[in-house]
Design a binder for this molecule. Sequence first.
Ligand code: 13P
Length: 243
Amino acid sequence: MIFAANWKMNGNIKFLNSILAQIKQDIIPYLADNSKIIVCPPSVYLSQAKLICHNTSIEIGAQDCSSQENGAFTGEVSANMLSDVGSEWVILGHSERRQYHSENNDLLHKKMLLAKLAGLKVILCIGETHDQHANNKTKDILAEQLSIICESDLNNLEYIIAYEPIWAIGTGLTPKLEEIDEIHQFIKSFLFEKTRLKSKVQVLYGGSVNPENANQIKSLITVDGVLVGGASLSAEKFKQICM
Ligand code: 13P
């Protein structure tokens, strides 16, 4: 089971030092053998996070990368730079990026290619809006978002999928368990058929995961882990989710 913490634009050095110390001390020793933790802090804190997590099983991820390799792109951070400071993962296509930065498949394709070339593993986020969900369009939307993975130049990219219904992010709402199960199954079958995967892709669920609902969500056979936002900012809540 994968437990990924997306801190979004939260925290500071003090928070980072304290929560990573708690994850190392209170969670890692008790984590099931087949489980792992990926922590995704804001990019300015990646080096420090890597330093603290050195010699532990905690893996470090970034929350985004540039669609450009390098050059005059003020404020951007390249995939190579993320890898250089010790990131093993990068989240791409988060709905907050799609929404506030108009990220579409063309742009994400470039980012995924650069992530692959930099040796980063990708957590590709996909998800539908409330209206799309209400109008039974979820699978169409997800199929469209997943279609970039089928691009031939992304062969050999190491990736997992995070299914994050937009209407479930930060709202306290979650799909019914049967729905999560059905959608995860859909994602796995879609990618198995459309790509040259030898085994089914791992799919995380994200959107209002908390200590109260985590066990039920984790109990679904199609759920390979969770991508946690708000609750990952509390060591205690994150621990309860991971245990
Ligand atoms: P919340 O867990 O705060 O709903 O956020 C989910 C998310 O967006 C993780 O990427």
